[in-house]
Design a protein around this ligand. Structure first.
Ligand SMILES: Cc1ncc(COP(=O)(O)O)c(C=O)c1O
Length: 370
């Protein structure tokens, strides 16, 4: 209860209800089921389809896989899955020459609107990873996409589910990544929050298994009934586990006492400085950072085959645990490093890149020439 109240207060009361589970995929299942069930309880049972973004990742249970567009996790189980509609992601890397990230977001919104115009009567919800699509290769996008998605979901009566399992809890610079919509207007007016917001991972500091779904009070009201079939039916053995909730409360205490958000802004500068030499390297493209997520793509012509595995092993020899996604090199450091450690990290990553890329001399010469 205390945890629910404190989380709800962080949304200014806009998301006033909390439903607990123990892992990320379960939180996604809850949001999907609750959305569908809400529409059924309010007389719109045909709304049972979902929309997700290209290359989005929302977990690996059967329901979550339906809204996950990552072939390696989904394909083996495809016969079991009711696939969602997949629409263009706003990934800024898709920009044509001269096109801005906001223009890419506008293109993605136009595609979303085309689908909603046709099928809104059958669609329950759109699910997105706000600002950064993790498994897609730390694909970052313009926050205007969030504003546009909110407006379209309102216009077509579709729920909006923000999956902040990876990007929540201060990772992107604000406690909830969603707070960066509306150009970071604070406090964000109640009607501009998503309808559901899923959290996990960072909420217990990563120590104990806990996940939760925040939602609007009006959604909960649709479930208040004596009739069992109208109630929200979902439970797990460890739902709302008291020890995990206590860890989450301790996490929130630390955010308040140590001013974690302000200190993370400073750490984000240290991270950018530490990565500066790497960012200037001619072997990398699409260098990007959002809060405490830094990523860049190693050019195909220098990465060679099996880049991710080779980089991972070479990095271990240099006391680094990093796990590239394809050719995307990224770091999401815990909120405990200082400027010197950020410089060390950048230096070790650059040295590892030298270890594993082909033709280091030429690229180093090109770097110096540039
Ligand atoms: C955005 C996102 N959604 C859902 C999940 C699934 O969480 P879990 O692995 O706890 O089921 C993850 C896990 O990495 C995630 O990053």
């Amino acid at each position: 209860m205390e945890l629910a109240e404190r989380l709800s207060a962080l949304t200014g009361g806009a998301l006033g209800n909390v439903f607990y589970a123990s892992d990320g995929a379960s939180a996604v299942e809850i949001a999907l089921k609750m959305s569908f069930h809400y529409w059924r309880n309010t007389g719109l049972p045909a709304k049972r389809e979902f929309v997700c973004l290209r290359h989005g990742y929302h977990g690996e249970t059967v329901g979550a896989l339906a809204v996950t567009d990552v072939e390696v996790f989904r394909d083996a189980y495809d016969p079991l899955i009711r696939r969602a509609h997949v629409v263009m992601a706003p990934d800024a890397r898709q920009a044509a020459p001269g096109e801005s990230a906001a223009e890419v977001a506008a293109r993605a919104l136009a595609e979303l609107e085309t689908l909603l115009r046709e099928r809104a009567g059958q669609i329950a919800a759109l699910i997105v990873e706000p600002l950064v699509q993790g498994a897609a290769g730390m694909a970052m996008y313009d926050p205007s996409y969030l504003d546009g998605a909110r407006a379209l979901c309102d216009r077509y009566r579709i729920h909006l589910i923000a999956d902040e399992i990876a990007v929540g809890c201060g990772r992107t610079g604000t406690f909830f990544a969603w707070e960066q919509s509306r150009a970071g207007e604070a406090p964000l007016p109640a009607h501009l929050w998503p309808d559901f917001l899923c959290l996990s991972k960072g909420i217990s500091g990563g120590y104990l298994p806990l996940s939760l779904v925040l939602s609007r009070p009006e959604i909960q009201r649709a479930f208040v009934a004596d009739e069992l079939a109208r109630s929200f039916l979902h439970s797990h053995s460890y739902t709302g586990n008291p020890l995990a909730c206590r860890a989450a409360l301790a996490t929130l205490d630390l955010f308040a006492q140590d001013n974690v958000l302000a200190r993370n802004r400073e750490r984000a500068h240290w991270l950018a400085d530490g990565m500066a030499a790497l960012a200037a390297d001619a072997r990398l493209r699409h260098v990007r950072q959002r809060g405490l997520i830094w990523a860049a793509d190693v050019r195909d012509d220098v990465a060679g085959a099996d880049f991710a595995a080779r980089f991972h092993h070479a990095a271990r020899a240099r006391e680094l645990l990093v796990r590239p996604i394809g050719n995307t090199l990224y770091v999401m450091p815990p909120y405990v490093f200082d400027a010197a450690q950020a410089r060390w990290l950048g230096g070790q990553l650059l040295a590892t890149l030298d270890d594993v890329t082909t033709d280091v001399t030429t690229t180093r010469e090109a770097r110096h020439a540039a």
